[in-house]
Structures are given as structure tokens and as C-alpha cells.
Design a protein around this ligand. Structure first.
Ligand code: ADP
Length: 508
């Protein structure tokens, strides 16, 4: 892999050295600069580059390829060649072994990936380390699943032999958002490779680096050239030509609702199948009989993890009236103590990902304030000591005014919790279902019956009982209604990269 020399692997070998380098220079040496196409670093055809910024400092730290349709076309051609060539020829067991080697290499290089993720996305280092552990699990899980995709035998009687094959769907596009750059890449790439597909991934322009590093690592793990390509650049220049490319057989898109609609329209032109994982405004219900200590920790994590920039964030707290005052008083006291700062420092909440995102969050809260919503905590942009240039929004709690209040109907994608107070479980279910989104829902209660009643009646792709975000790669994930359709993760995630072929023979 002499081509790697143009984009050397990162110089800093340990976490401490990497942190020291970032603190001293504001960046890391050896970050990728080019696309990764056909197993090698490939400069952008146009020569154009753009900068990625460190959200904790609000300053650029490295340039990367600003790709366009020509780069996309090269990547799709490379993927097609891998699919009809070496990767298509690999047996399921061989595919599993490559994924297992990817998991092992990731484990050995976890710190490097976590550091780059922290620097590029702004998330706290410990969160980035947790993300990398989850990514390793994703590769392990689908490594084990690659040779366990079994079709069906079809009961046609003694004169026929009928069976189904799970064929890989072909060349897949992965369009990745900036909030979980590596995790979202991996939850699409691992099952797609396990199924035998080839991939062109397009990370978000705010966070391009870890997907590129993953593709280079895959080559070292023995993945044939072209089976995993990464093209970087903006949504307009690189994302749009990718999802409109006639050589793409399946699209996995994670991002905002308006962009998801555009992707679906582009897919329709070629009748390309797709999975859409869009936004959420997920309810987290706390009933009066819940263990309030546990519920309090759950709420804090549900909305302030990754500074609230999670599609499945618990962004609506639905409280049963008898405990509402006490719970809110305790919550506010905790929120006011949360420390903000650069993701590399020992803080509770990091920056948001971009100046644009900070502006969007602030606009939501300013509108609520102007409309007369009570703001119980936070409420504005802040400049924490030591990270004055970064993009920080204070962890915020806002009282909702009603079911059509924008603070409860619109996704904010920031550390802003809307509070809704209800009389009982039935009202909680009504309130939970009263938005256009239906991604996940959570409930804290001591009652098995109430938890089950909620789980059955809430409109959501996944329900968490007494632990928000419970589960892992084993659990299918995705939404209903404006939150999208299709499921990632679990065996269902693997099947979404397969197409069924039925074969029937007449016997003599
Ligand atoms: P945001 O508005 O927060 O940046 P998006 O949903 O627009 O979120 O972005 C998610 C991903 O979709 C990113 O990788 C982005 O580059 C990509 N993207 C944006 N616009 C398009 C488009 N028209 N077609 C394909 N991908 C796009």
C-alpha cells in the first residue's frame, strides 16, 4: 500500500501523545487528505479541497477533498468492479474473516480513531471512545453473521424443489451525518460488507476523517480494492450525484427530513431502494412510581449526551404531575452544575458541531422565549473558560405551552429539553404520539403493566424501558412516519442489504 504514504497514518501512537499534539498544534499530523477509492488514496479530480473545523475551538484544523460527480463516478466504477470481481467471489466465511480482522485492527487503533472523532465532531473524548467500542462490536457482530444468512425451502410438494437465496443487493451508497460519523458509517458498512455488497460512502462535510480512516483500515484487513470507497465533500457536490447515480443499487441515508426527501426523490428516478433514518422528537416519560434517581440520570444522558445532537435523543420529557415539581427542581439543580468545554478536557457537555448548528439551536430557543415559554435552565450561547472560540449552547430546559408548540413539534438537534406535564399514563401516550416523528420512546416506571401498555401503544421504532438508549448493535433501529423507514442494526439490518431470489425446479 505505497499509496498510503501520501496520507500517512497518524504519527501520534498513544492517546497521551495525541492529546498533547492537539493541545500544542490544534491538529494531528497524518490525517487523510484525499478520497479513498479502489484501495488507494485518490486526490479529487477537480483539485478542490475544503477545511474541517474543531468545534471546541471554532477553528479549522485540516483540509480534505471537496469531491464532485467525477470522483463519485470513479468510486462507483471501483465498487462495481469489486462487486463483480474479488469481493463478489469471496465466500460468506471469507467475508466474515475480513470483518473480524477489521474489528481486531480497530481495537488496536481505537485511541487514534477516538481522538480524530473527538477533534472533528467536537464530542467528548470519552463519548468518542464509547463510539469506537460500539463500532468494534458492529464489526464483530456482522463478522459472525456473514455465514449465517440462510434462505428458506419452499413447501411445493414432492414434484418441485423450491428455495430462496439472499443475494447481496449490489453497490450501496452510505450517506453519513456529522453527529455520529464513525458509528453511523460502521452500522451501514459492516452489514453491507457481510452481505457481500460493495460500498461508496459519503461522510458529512463537517466530519470526513474517520470514515476515510476506516476504509484504509479495511484494506489492511484484507478487503479487496474497491469494496469500500469513501468520497468526501458537500451534500450538493458529492452527495447528490452519488444518490442519483444509476450504478447505485441501494441507499442508506441518515440525516435531516428535508435532505431525506430530496434523496428519496433522486432515488425514485432510478427506482433505487433505500433506508431513511431521519429525525426524531422522542418522548421520555417518567411516571410517578418510577425510581426517580435512575430516571434523573436517564434524562440527563438522553438529552445532553453529544450535546443533544442525536436523532434518538430524549428531547421531550413527559412528567406525571404528582412528581413534576420535585423532579424538575432536581433536574435543574443537576443541569446547572454541568461543565462545558472542549471535548478533550474532562467536561460533561461538549460543543455543538458547527456555527450553523449553534445558530439553529439559538433560533429555536429565542422563538420559544419570545412566545412566552418558561426557560428553567440554560437558554443561550455560552463561551466556557478555556474554550472561548468554540460553539457552545448551555444545557437548556424549556416548559412547553401545548401540543402544537414548536418546542415540542420541531427537532432542535441540540441540548434543549422540552417539558410536558400529564395527568396519567393514557395522557402520556397521547402526548408521546402527538408529533410527526416516531423514532424511539422511553419510559421510567416500576409497573410492568404500564411499561408494556406504553410500549404497545406508542408509535416508535424502538422503546426503552427504565434505561434510555438500552441495547446495542443486536437491536434493530429505525423510525416510522417522518422519522423514516427501514431498519439498521441487528439481523434485520443485514437483510436490508440482501434481495431475495426464489428458485423453483420441476422434478421428474
Ligand atoms: P444537516 O442539514 O444537519 O447538515 P443533512 O441531512 O443535510 O444534515 O446532511 C446529512 C448528510 O447528507 C451529509 O453527508 C450531507 O453532506 C448529505 N447531503 C446533503 N444534501 C444532500 C443531497 N441533496 N443529496 C445527498 N446527500 C446530501
Amino acid at each position: 500500500m505505497s499509496a498510503s504514504l501520501a496520507n500517512p497514518t497518524l504519527a501520534a501512537p498513544t492517546l497521551a501523545e495525541g492529546m498533547a499534539e492537539i493541545r500544542a498544534t490544534g491538529t494531528l499530523t497524518g490525517l487523510p487528505r484525499d478520497h479513498f477509492i479502489a484501495g488507494r488514496w485518490t486526490p479529487p479530480a477537480s483539485g478542490a479541497r475544503m477545511d474541517s473545523a474543531d468545534p471546541g475551538r471554532g477553528a479549522p484544523f485540516a483540509a480534505f477533498a471537496n469531491g464532485d460527480a467525477e470522483d463519485v463516478d470513479r468510486a462507483v466504477t471501483a465498487a462495481r468492479a469489486a462487486f463483480t470481481g474479488a469481493w463478489g467471489d469471496a465466500s460468506p466465511a471469507e467475508r466474515g474473516r475480513v470483518l473480524q480482522r477489521m474489528a481486531s485492527l480497530l481495537r488496536a487503533e481505537a485511541d487514534r480513531f477516538a481522538l480524530v472523532e473527538c477533534l472533528d465532531s467536537g464530542k467528548r473524548l470519552s463519548e468518542a471512545q464509547g463510539d469506537v467500542r460500539g463500532v468494534i462490536r458492529a464489526f464483530e457482530y456482522y463478522a459472525g453473521a456473514a455465514d449465517k444468512l440462510e434462505g428458506a425451502s419452499l413447501p411445493l410438494g414432492r414434484n418441485y424443489l423450491g428455495f430462496t437465496l439472499d443475494e447481496p443487493v449490489g453497490v450501496c451508497a452510505q450517506v453519513i451525518p456529522w453527529n455520529y460519523p464513525l458509528s453511523t458509517a460502521a452500522r451501514g458498512i459492516a452489514p453491507a460488507l457481510a452481505a457481500g455488497c460493495a460500498i461508496v460512502a459519503k461522510p458529512a462535510e463537517q466530519t470526513p476523517f474517520t470514515a476515510l480512516m476506516l476504509a484504509e483500515l479495511a484494506t489492511r484487513a484484507g478487503l479487496p480494492d474497491g469494496a469500500l470507497n469513501v468520497v468526501t465533500g458537500t451534500g450538493a457536490r458529492a452527495g447528490a450525484p452519488l444518490v442519483a447515480h444509476p450504478g447505485i443499487h441501494h441507499i442508506t441515508f441518515t440525516g435531516s427530513v428535508p435532505t431525506g426527501i430530496r434523496v428519496m426523490q433522486a432515488a425514485a428516478e432510478n427506482v433505487t431502494r433505500l433506508v431513511l433514518e431521519l429525525g426524531g422528537k422522542s418522548p421520555l416519560v417518567v411516571l410517578a412510581d418510577a425510581d426517580l434517581d435512575i430516571a434523573l440520570e436517564g434524562v440527563l444522558e438522553a438529552i445532553y449526551e453529544n450535546a443533544g445532537q442525536i436523532c434518538s435523543a430524549g428531547s421531550r420529557l413527559v412528567l406525571e404531575r404528582p412528581i413534576a415539581d420535585e423532579f424538575l427542581a432536581r433536574l435543574v439543580a443537576r443541569v446547572e452544575k454541568l461543565r462545558l468545554g472542549h471535548g478533550l478536557d474532562a467536561v460533561d457537555v461538549g460543543p455543538v458541531n458547527s456555527a450553523l448548528q449553534l445558530e439553529r439551536i439559538d433560533a429555536h430557543v429565542r422563538r420559544a422565549e419570545a412566545a412566552g415559554n418558561g426557560i428553567l435552565a440554560g437558554g443561550g450561547i455560552v463561551h466556557p473558560a478555556g474554550a472561548e472560540g468554540g460553539w457552545f449552547f448551555a444545557p437548556t430546559i424549556v416548559l412547553a405551552r401545548g401540543l402544537d408548540d414548536p418546542i415540542v413539534t420541531e427537532e432542535i438537534f441540540g441540548p434543549v429539553l422540552a417539558v410536558q406535564i400529564v395527568g396519567d399514563l393514557d395522557e402520556a401516550i397521547h402526548v408521546a404520539n402527538a408529533t410527526e416523528f416516531a423514532l424511539v420512546a422511553g419510559i421510567y416506571t416500576a409497573s410492568f403493566d404500564k411499561a408494556q401498555r406504553f410500549a404497545r401503544r406508542v408509535d416508535a421504532g424502538q422503546v426503552y424501558i427504565n434505561e434510555y438508549f438500552a441495547g446495542g448493535i443486536e437491536v434493530p433501529f429505525g423510525g416510522n412516519r417522518k422519522s423514516g423507514f427501514g431498519r439498521e442494526k441487528g439481523m434485520e439490518g443485514l437483510r436490508s442489504y440482501c434481495r431475495t431470489k426464489s428458485i423453483v425446479a420441476r422434478l421428474r
